[in-house]
Design a protein around this ligand. Structure first.
Ligand code: NAP
Ligand code: ZN
Ligand code: ZN
Length: 350
């Protein structure tokens, strides 16, 4: 099926209209009309080659919410008209130890990401959610709780699961002191989810204009991370810190804020290596880890949790024609707190 989209043709020119062929519906496939797609900083890192060269044309987008148009003959879980989501992955081997443990993101044969991955069906590259529709294997399609606003739910498919998974893995519970570094798409979801888990949440931001919002989003305290006095007050006090910063920054300052045996999990992926001062780890037996999105089973659990607790993203809905401006604003940390593309706008380009 011919599909309209927006694509990058290289790392420097703006994203622009692009058209390509989606694969035919297979027996296990779900064809989805895309209604909304969130704009993740990873889209920008990928397109601009921050992490190394991308494959062009590149159609980004992995925070997809849409409506089922058609299902293959072996699909029972979904039917025409259902509201569904697709996140960062569309396939994996399903037989390796990690897939069997419901951690498809760590598939030993290599997970198929929603965009910019080798596509076994077409022999080309996967194309993501900045497009009219997508065909996805039923095992990688998520159910969206009925009570949630659809546009504001799209960011849960990446920003939601990427913050939920480490909070759960590190057993964040009621009464613990949790830090969230960076108040962008991931950070603001981290605040809402940590709050929903009962934690005492402290936000670290470089943007004074976000302080009031941080409190409104549920933070108990906000720290201007450029102010040394404010930072000093929190030394040795956190059980867990989630670092969502997309650019180079000093992680040692945050490691020193962990209490004994505390953990800092890095989910932001700055293009350059970060410096680690080992002293900040060994005193207090602190640990530093990373985390990558979350498996499909946990993504469904997160969506159901958000349905139950009425958690969605705070979004700025944009037409796809404004995507390049949105990218420029992301680089400047000027996001409150996730751009979401209204995919109906794509029709104006066709
Ligand atoms: P975002 O919306 O652009 O938010 C990033 C925030 O980091 C900014 O809003 C800003 O917050 C802070 N920041 C930016 N530059 C900074 C600097 N130089 N120093 C200190 N703070 C800075 O990005 P996002 O979509 O949340 O993604 C964040 C990162 O996570 C990206 O690197 C992305 O690729 C990565 N990511 C990882 C995973 C995973 O599975 N691990 C999944 C999705 C995304 P303040 O204005 O509050 O300072
Ligand atoms: Zn993402
Ligand atoms: Zn596997």
């Amino acid at each position: 099926m011919q599909t309209n989209a927006y694509a990058a043709q290289n790392a420097i020119t703006p994203l622009a209209p692009f058209s390509f062929e989606r694969r035919d519906l297979g027996n296990d496939d779900v064809q989805i009309e895309i209604l909304y797609c969130g704009v993740c900083h990873s889209d920008l890192h990928t397109v601009r080659g921050d992490w190394g060269p991308a494959t062009y044309p590149c159609v980004p987008g992995h925070e997809i919410v849409g409506r089922v148009l058609k299902v293959g003959k072996d699909v029972n879980k979904f039917k025409e008209g259902d509201t569904v989501g697709v996140g960062c992955m569309v396939d994996s081997c399903r037989t390796c130890a990690n897939c069997k443990d419901n951690l498809e993101q760590f598939c030993e044969k290599g997970v198929t990401f929603t965009y910019n991955s080798p596509d076994k069906h077409t022999g080309g590259t996967t194309y993501g959610g900045y497009s009219e529709n997508i065909v996805v294997d039923k095992e990688f399609v998520l159910k969206i709780p009925e009570n949630l606003d659809l546009a504001a739910t799209a960011p849960l498919l990446c920003a939601g699961i990427t913050t939920y998974s480490p909070l759960r893995y590190h057993n964040v519970t009621e009464g613990q002191k949790v830090g969230v570094v960076g108040l962008g798409g991931l950070g603001h979801m981290g605040v809402k989810l940590a709050k929903a888990l009962g934690a005492h949440v402290v936000v670290f931001t470089t943007s004074p204009s976000k302080v009031e919002d941080a409190l409104r989003l549920g933070a108990d305290e906000v720290v201007n991370s450029k102010n040394a006095d404010e930072m000093q007050k929190h030394l040795n006090s956190f059980h867990f810190i989630l670092d969502t910063v997309s650019a180079k920054h000093d992680i040692n300052a945050y490691l020193l804020m962990l209490r004994r045996d505390g953990n800092l999990t890095q989910v932001g992926v700055p293009p350059e290596p970060l410096l680690l001062s080992v002293g900040s780890l060994i005193f207090g037996r602190r640990s530093l880890s990373g985390s990558l999105i979350g498996g499909i089973k946990e993504t469904q659990e997160m969506l159901d949790f958000c349905g139950k607790h009425n958690v969605t993203a705070d979004i700025e809905l944009i037409p796809i024609q404004n995507i390049n401006e949105a990218y420029d604003r992301l680089v400047k940390s000027d996001v409150k707190y996730r751009f979401v593309i209204d995919m109906a706008s794509l029709k104006q380009t066709a």
